[in-house]
Write a protein of this length. Structure first.
Lengths: 146, 70
């Protein structure tokens, strides 16, 4: 038997409230760690897991219109993010002056990364831009359909 | 796909939120269906018909342009 309310609308409201609370806790913990120089990894991990579980739960209580909005946003938003990564990668591989200057500026910002570090940064850039594309697309469509 | 959702809702003096509660979907979904931005699935269309006590074809109809093309 489910502990969630029978009405989908009430389920959605409950899961969203919980997500907001857990999300706010994540932000608060991050700020706390930053300003007090305290390690909060042991607390952040279960909160992060709870957020992921709630995100899965949230998708299960979406109605069909919201689900379609998510599918479309994931497709187009993340595809645009992926294309930006691919184009940037190709541009940074060129030997012309503006591209070399851009590479040097990036190296100055990131410092001299060893191959493992560089690989990890590369791995992070793609999903981050894909997620950014998704959130922008979803945010715009949500504002339009309010 | 065209629909008479807005008219039927107004006849019953229901807000979009009222109809959303009866259908157990979000208000945004009702708005998207009313404005023709989204065509509901068959189960949701049946539910809408049930809520209004009408047949599906009394609420939804094919676009004139789509009908002309057939």
């Amino acid at each position: 038997m489910s502990v969630l309310p029978a009405s989908q609308n009430k389920r959605r409201a409950l899961v969203r409230t919980l997500m907001f609370v857990v999300g706010a806790a994540l932000v608060a913990l991050t700020l706390f760690a930053r300003f007090t120089d305290t390690s909060v990894h042991a607390v952040v991990l279960p909160v992060l897991v709870a957020f992921c579980v709630l995100a899965v739960l949230e998708f299960s209580v979406f109605d069909e219109f919201a689900k379609q909005g998510h599918y479309i946003a994931w497709y187009w938003g993340s595809l645009i993010g992926l294309v930006i990564v691919a184009v940037a990668q190709v541009l940074l591989a060129f030997d012309g002056q503006p591209f070399v200057a851009l590479r040097n500026a990036l190296a100055d910002q990131l410092g001299a990364a060893d191959p493992t570090e560089a690989f990890m940064i590369g791995m992070m850039v793609t999903p981050v831009l894909m997620a950014a594309g998704f959130f922008i697309w979803r945010g715009v469509s949500w504002l339009r359909d309010r | 796909m065209r629909n008479r959702l807005k008219v039927l809702r107004a006849e019953r003096n229901w807000s979009q939120a009222d109809l959303a509660d009866k259908l157990d979907v979000s208000r945004q979904s009702v708005n998207a269906i009313e404005t023709g931005k989204y065509d509901p699935s068959l189960p949701l269309a049946f539910k809408i018909a049930q809520v209004f006590g009408l047949a599906i074809e009394q609420i939804f109809s094919a676009d004139e342009a789509a009908q002309a093309a057939e």
